[in-house]
Write a protein that binds this ligand. Structure first.
Ligand code: SF4
Ligand code: SF3
Length: 553
């Protein structure tokens, strides 16, 4: 059984994982089923586009498509059973829409349909179907077309993840959902030229901005604007805990509410750290702070945490046997052997009672560090500090800002980001978002006139906040171009949410982004050339050279 996957930064030899399992631990069976799930979603999109044009779109279909894409994001779902069920659901949905279109006379009974809109199969034939070359990303006439299609598809995966979080909070935009469907079909369109596909990639960035703005609106409407917060990173309690990872704030809220009188404490891990910055969550006394670091340290940190863990989204690392029985997943995530908490029914909360009861049976977390870190510098908070920031720039106290947002990962090459942060001159400020921050958010980098030198806006989707801040500064300094600001971009990427963040930044006109630790394996030489020539994107080299170039830019 062979596989091919090149969607993340850890793609084998920076080409693609093509053996029996990926570097992330995804088996070839799982990889192929994920390809088939995407293929199935294309079939749903095919009919739903027609349904949309005639105003008969069922909102439940949007959730199926968003979940289908989200499930295939790196480190989100390793559970073949769960993926097969989603394929079956997708096929059922596809046929349901098709039937309705036929009844309405909008398609004909014997109309010629593309394979992705007409194939059928059962669990025992899924793997065979998924191995057909045309189902995966190896389909496509040449490497440039495949590369552009990959950029679209991976961008759509990130977009779907953010759209799903917003949807969970009751916020959605039909044009974003329609674009996602259109994008899925674009990746199968053999008529589209390289130029047309390139234009579509850039349009994907526009919807990337829109979806992050939507999620920002959803999060801040429901939970208030993130504010400057000192987050405890030690364990000051002898009660058992639940460690919550991932990005979904709705899950986090419901768990906090259901566990408030249970005698169990709640801690955040990895990308859930920014939950500490929201006013609405601060009123829960049993919400104790953050435990640990970025996702890839989970094996040791889940062990020392001792208690139950909830994954609301990626990133899951294949677990050690000794903590496996206390891990729960929910939403689009899954792992064979973990318990899965089902979705909420209309108008209901998810039921976290089993997780909470289970958590009571474990000892308290073992403390692994102490003290606190400061964060919460999303756009609203930074705007309140605008006068201070502008004065510091004008007086020369702040010479440059460095946007160092994105993802963290386990490869040694990422030590670069810690060193880079350490070597930055004292008159520079780091603007961060995403789990990339763990490379430098515990260094004592000090402050400039009361402004911390590391300003954390939040999760990867809060990169939107950094863009809002840049736009605001451009306005205040009356500049014509965002690139005239004293801001440099040194972005770390890992999975597909970083792809949509990158495309969003390109759409906003940001140039000269440094992207590391490696450029994506799915960029063909020609596509990479387009990005270099039009946007000045470059790979990282070494700390000293990069710092030198960026300080003098
Ligand atoms: Fe390899 Fe990344 Fe794909 Fe996993 S997600 S199989 S590590 S390219
Ligand atoms: Fe991290 Fe997975 Fe990307 Fe949301 S949790 S930034 S890697």
């Amino acid at each position: 059984m062979s596989m091919f996957c090149n969607q993340c930064q850890e793609a084998l030899r920076n080409v693609g994982c093509d053996a029996m399992a990926g570097v992330c631990g995804k088996t070839s069976e799982t990889a192929n089923l994920q390809d088939l799930l995407i293929y199935t979603m294309k079939g749903v999109a095919y009919f739903n586009q027609i349904a949309r044009q005639h105003g008969i779109n069922d909102p439940k279909t949007d959730r199926v498509v968003l979940d289908g894409l989200f499930t295939t994001i790196t480190n989100a779902n390793f559970d073949d059973e769960s993926i097969m069920t989603k394929i079956e659901k997708g096929l059922t949905k596809r046929e349901e829409i098709k039937r309705q279109l036929m009844v309405e006379g909008l398609i004909q009974k014997h109309q010629l349909l593309p394979d992705y809109a007409s194939w059928s199969g059962h669990r025992h034939t899924f793997e065979e179907k998924s191995e057909e070359k045309r189902v995966g990303l190896l389909a496509g006439p040449n490497e440039d077309i495949r590369s552009l299609r990959s950029l679209v598809l991976f961008g759509l995966k990130g977009m779907a993840a953010y759209a799903e979080h917003a949807l969970n909070l009751g916020f959605e935009k039909s044009d974003i959902n329609a674009f996602i469907e259109r994008g899925l079909l674009v990746t199968e369109d053999d008529e589209m030229t390289g130029e047309e596909l390139t234009a579509f990639v850039l349009e994907t960035g526009k919807y990337g901005v829109d979806v992050m703005a939507l999620l920002d609106e959803a999060n801040t409407t429901r939970y208030g604007h993130p504010e400057m917060t000192e987050v405890q990173i030690g364990v000051n309690s002898d009660r058992p805990g639940i460690l919550v990872s991932g990005h979904d704030l709705k899950d986090f809220e419901e768990l906090l509410e259901q566990s408030k009188d249970s005698g169990v404490d709640i801690y955040t891990h990895s990308e859930m750290l920014p939950a500490n910055y929201y006013p609405a969550f601060k009123r829960y006394d049993h919400f104790k702070g953050n435990y640990g670091n970025a996702w890839w340290k989970q094996k040791e940190e889940f062990e020392s945490f001792n208690g139950a863990v909830l994954f609301t989204t990626n990133c899951i690392v294949p677990p050690k046997a000794n903590y496996m029985d206390r891990i729960y997943t929910t939403g689009s995530t899954g792992y064979p052997g973990f318990k899965h908490i089902p979705d909420r029914g209309d108008g209901n909360q998810k039921d976290f009672s089993e997780l909470i009861e289970h958590a009571k049976t474990f000892p308290a977390p073992t403390q692994i560090e102490e003290g606190s870190i400061v964060g919460g510098f999303a756009h609203n908070q930074v705007t309140q500090l605008a006068d201070q920031v502008v004065d510091a720039v004008k007086s020369g106290a702040i010479r440059k800002f460095f946007v160092m947002a994105g993802c963290d990962g386990r490869m040694k090459s990422r030590d670069y980001y810690t060193e880079f942060a350490q070597e930055l001159p004292n008159d520079t400020v780091i603007l961060t978002a995403g789990c990339a921050k763990y490379r430098y958010n515990k260094l004592q980098l000090g402050e400039i006139g009361g402004i911390p030198r590391v300003l954390d806006a939040g999760q990867c989707n809060d990169s939107y906040s950094l863009a809002v801040v840049a736009m605001k500064l451009k306005e205040i300094f009356e500049l014509n171009d965002i690139n005239e600001l004293p801001i440099e971009y040194n972005i770390a990427w890992y999975e597909q949410k970083a792809v949509i963040v990158l495309l969003a930044l390109l759409h906003l006109g940001v140039k000269d982004i440094k992207l590391g630790p490696t450029l994506p394996a799915f960029l063909s030489p020609n596509v990479a050339k387009v990005l270099v020539e039009n946007f000045g994107i470059s790979g990282m080299t070494d700390v000293e050279s990069d710092l030198n170039v960026m300080m003098n830019a």
